[in-house]
Every structure is written in structure tokens, then in C-alpha cells.
Write a protein that binds this ligand. Structure first.
Ligand code: FAD
Length: 435
């Protein structure tokens, strides 16, 4: 067990939580952590709202670079545990290489027509364990003398002036800084979340050597028979030590149905995991497959999911967040100015059309992904799915897609995208607010 308590749900990293003694700023420290009571004006050079993937990634990059900036991270959680694994293709090195617990250069996609296996020598598909990620980030923050982590407090209200932003916290105090990185989950209603990607995952250990689905190659999508326009697939990753992350994922127009999804996952395990299995961990999520409007200019920089780093067509965010965190940290070091997550209009447009196609009441998702994995050169496809395509990658991608459907979907996708770009703040919710 680490001194941070990460990975131990009952314990907490409440070193910076309000103390039992009653003084909200007198915190119990990380060993060696230099938390002091912030002054009321210009408390920091940068305040990061949210100590999740994006917030901690930026903080760790800055701490690694021994930044001279005073940084405060504000986070409502007081306890961190292994709540997820982050997977995706690593296109460029990132700061959390030590937290990678498995990586593969081959992967499969399965449909009733057969199994497609692809490989890439250049771009491994890797798995990062959240508890190791959190611990690594806290260790970096802990070592930095001018970095503070305020646990157990939420940012409630932001007021921007010409030179500063003031953040009102849930405990009634305020902080101010010239720049805010806002990674809080987006709460605004989102227009046309064409679909929700909802999933329940179990880390299981089959009691006996299990069937064909439990091999050494990850299965990114094992499509199940569709029901009513809904695509379902299993995601099966060999996580080492005889364990597998098995997730039942559903693309649908509603973010709910977690109980149904868990029932489907259990039934699948019953069928495929042989004699029995031990459940080690559970995770779940409901990610909007939608385009978020580009961030406005100003001293508040939206990042992470809030800043559009969650790829609408795939749900991948981790590696895009790492790329942003590295370049934002470098920019802060060089100029003291943060960077907004980059938006690629061409990818946004392709995602918009892609999502319109997936929205069609037919079994489109399986057909679209089957064709992509079967027909595209793997490196080009990986760069596209990971959000860093070369211009020469686009033709093989477009060629492998069902043209007729894409042309039919283009006009409404373009209309919705124009709305996303031109009317920030005026979004009607198609289904409901993001919880
Ligand atoms: C179970 C699960 C598995 C996933 N797996 C993958 C994967 O394999 N690969 C991948 O690329 N992506 C994956 N994702 C998607 C995405 O990478 C994650 O959601 C990622 O954590 C997004 O990072 P973030 O910083 O935007 O949000 P978060 O990590 O959710 O961080 C937001 C932080 O803001 C804090 N916060 C909330 N309210 C306030 C407030 N008022 N003030 C201050 N802070 C606040 C939250 O407590 C949280 O710590 C997964 C998502 C989930 C839920």
C-alpha cells in the first residue's frame, strides 16, 4: 500500500481535506507536501479545476518540469481508487509510461462473419491502471514545493475579470489566478449526442482455462447480435495474471440501461468463461458520442472531456489528453500561457458524418467498423482513431466506408455541426443532460 492510500477504497488521500481541527486550510499533508494557506488575491499562477485524468496529467507534467508556477488543483474527491483502466494507442511517448500494465501490437475485431486480426509494429495498444496513474501524479505533485492539492472541495462559481479569474469554492472560500484550467465534467445540455456509449466492465479471472475469447490478443469489438437498432459488443483485454477486462458496450440513444448491460455481461461470461470466474473489479461509464462546441477565448481553458478531448466517434480520450498536457505544460513553461486542446475540423466533420451513420436504424456500427478494420492499413486506421491522421490516411479510410450511407448522412451532420460551432450556450438537449 502506498502512503497515498490509492487503491485502497476505505482509505483516502485526504491529506489536503478540511482538517478535523476545523481550520479549512490547515490540511493534513502528504508526507513532505507544502500546503500553505492561500492568500485571498493571486493565490496561484494557475488553478486546475478537477483532479481527474486531464487535471492530474497537466499537474504531473508541470511538476516533472519543475515549473516555477504556483499551481493549485481543486478536487471534490477525498478518496481515489482503481476506478478504471485507460486503454488506447500510444502514438507518441507520454508521462505515464510507468503505469502501463500491458501493451499489445496485435488486436482483433470479431463479427458473425469471422475474426479480423490486425497488427502495428509502431503503435502499441496499451493499458494504464488508474490507481498507478493517480499514485504517480500525486507523487509528482507532492515533490513540488509550489503545488497544492485541495481535496474535498468543489469549484462552484467562476468570475472572470480582465486579469484574473475568481473561483468560489464549496466551503465558502475563494481562490484567484490569472488562468484556470477547467476539467470539471461538462454539465451544459449537449445538442444531438448522436449516441451514448454505455458500458459495464468486470475484471475477471476464469477458474479454468477458458474458451476462445480468452486468448493473449485483445478483442476490441466482438459484435453481438443487435436488437432494435442498437449495437452491442464485448471488449476483452488480457490484463495479465490470468485476468481479463471484459466489458459489454452498447451504442444507443439513451445513457441508461446499466442494469440490462450488466445482465448481458453476466450472461456472456456464463456462456464463454467456462466453469466459473472470480470477479476482481467492476467499472462502468456512459460517454456521450457527441461533438462539444469549441471553447470560447478567455482566461478559463476547458480541457479533458470538457475541452473536447473525448473523441466523439470512439470514446478514446486518454492519449489525446496526454498530448495536450505535455504541450500545455511546455507552453506554460515557455510563456506562462496555457494551451487549449487542439480541435481538428476535418476530424470533427468526419465524426459528425460517422455518428449520423451509426444513428441509422440498422446494424450500421458493426458494418462500418468491420470494413474499417478489414480494409484500412492498420497504421493509417490507428492514427485516424487516435486523432492524429496523416493527410494520406484519409483516402483509405474514406474508401473503406459505405459511401451511399455517408453521402446520405452528410447534410444533416453538417447542419448539426454548424449549430455546434455557431451557437454555444444555446443547446437543447436531445435526450437529457449529461449526468
Ligand atoms: C469507466 C471508464 C473507463 C474509461 N476507459 C477509457 C479508456 O480505456 N480509454 C480512453 O481513452 N478513455 C476512457 N474513458 C474516457 C475518458 O478517458 C475518461 O473519462 C477520462 O477520465 C476523462 O478525463 P477528464 O479529466 O476529462 O475527466 P475526469 O477524469 O472524470 O476528471 C474530472 C474531475 O473533475 C472533478 N470534479 C467534478 N466536479 C468538480 C467541481 N465542481 N470542482 C472541481 N472538480 C470537480 C471530478 O471529481 C474528477 O476528478 C473511460 C471513462 C470511464 C468512465
Amino acid at each position: 500500500m502506498s502512503s497515498y492510500g490509492v487503491g485502497v477504497p476505505a482509505s483516502s488521500i485526504d491529506c489536503l481535506a478540511p482538517s478535523d481541527a476545523g481550520d479549512a486550510w490547515t490540511a493534513r499533508h502528504f508526507p513532505g507536501c507544502s500546503m500553505s494557506r492561500p492568500s485571498t488575491c493571486g493565490d496561484a499562477d494557475l488553478i486546475i479545476l478537477g483532479g481527474g485524468c486531464a487535471g492530474l496529467s497537466l499537474a504531473a507534467n508541470l511538476a516533472d518540469a519543475r515549473t516555477s508556477l504556483r499551481v493549485i488543483v481543486v478536487e471534490p474527491r477525498t478518496t481515489y481508487h482503481e476506478d478504471r483502466t485507460w486503454c488506447g494507442w500510444r502514438l507518441v511517448p507520454h508521462a505515464f509510461a510507468d503505469c502501463v500494465v500491458a501493451s499489445w501490437n496485435r488486436w482483433q475485431v470479431a463479427t458473425p462473419a469471422g475474426v479480423i486480426e490486425r497488427n502495428s509494429a509502431h503503435y502499441p495498444y496499451e493499458m494504464i491502471r488508474a490507481d498507478l496513474f493517480y499514485e504517480r501524479a500525486f507523487r509528482a505533485i507532492d515533490r513540488h514545493p509550489a503545488m497544492s492539492f485541495l481535496a474535498g472541495r468543489s469549484a462552484e462559481h467562476l468570475t472572470e475579470t480582465a486579469n484574473h479569474v475568481e473561483v468560489a469554492l464549496s466551503d465558502g472560500s475563494t481562490l484567484s489566478a490569472p488562468w484556470i484550467i477547467d476539467t470539471r465534467p461538462p454539465r451544459r445540455p449537449i445538442e444531438r449526442p448522436w449516441l451514448w456509449q454505455t458500458f459495464v466492465g468486470f475484471v475477471v479471472e476464469p477458474d479454468m482455462p477458458a474458451g476462445a475469447r480468452f486468448g493473449s490478443v485483445p478483442i476490441l469489438m466482438d459484435f453481438q447480435p443487435p436488437d432494435q437498432a442498437v449495437a452491442h459488443f464485448m471488449y476483452i483485454l488480457p490484463a495479465g495474471d490470468g485476468r481479463f477486462l471484459c466489458e459489454w458496450t452498447r451504442f444507443s440513444t439513451s445513457p441508461d440501461q446499466l442494469e440490462d448491460i450488466e445482465a448481458s455481461l453476466r450472461a456472456w461470461l456464463q456462456e464463454h468463461a467456462g466453469a466459473g470466474w472470480t470477479l476482481h473489479r467492476r467499472e462502468q461509464g456512459s460517454l456521450p458520442m457527441a461533438l462539444f462546441p469549441a471553447d470560447a477565448a478567455g482566461r478559463i481553458v476547458a480541457a479533458g472531456t470538457r475541452g473536447g478531448s473525448l473523441r466523439a466517434s470512439t470514446g478514446f480520450a486518454f492519449h489525446a489528453i496526454q498530448r495536450w498536457a505535455a504541450s500545455c505544460s511546455a507552453s506554460l513553461q515557455a510563456t506562462r500561457l496555457p494551451l487549449r486542446p487542439p480541435r481538428n475540423r476535418m476530424l470533427d466533420s468526419m465524426d459528425a458524418i460517422f455518428l449520423e451513420v451509426l444513428h441509422e436504424p440498422s446494424n450500421s456500427a458493426m458494418e462500418v467498423f468491420r470494413r474499417l478494420f478489414e480494409e484500412c492499413p492498420p497504421d493509417a486506421l490507428v492514427r485516424f482513431l487516435a486523432g492524429m491522421p496523416h493527410s494520406s490516411d484519409l483516402w483509405p479510410i474514406i474508401r473503406s466506408l459505405p459511401w451511399g450511407r455517408f453521402l446520405r448522412a452528410a447534410p444533416s451532420a453538417i447542419r448539426s455541426q454548424m449549430h455546434v460551432r455557431t451557437a454555444p450556450g444555446r443547446y437543447r438537449s436531445l435526450s437529457r443532460r449529461w449526468p
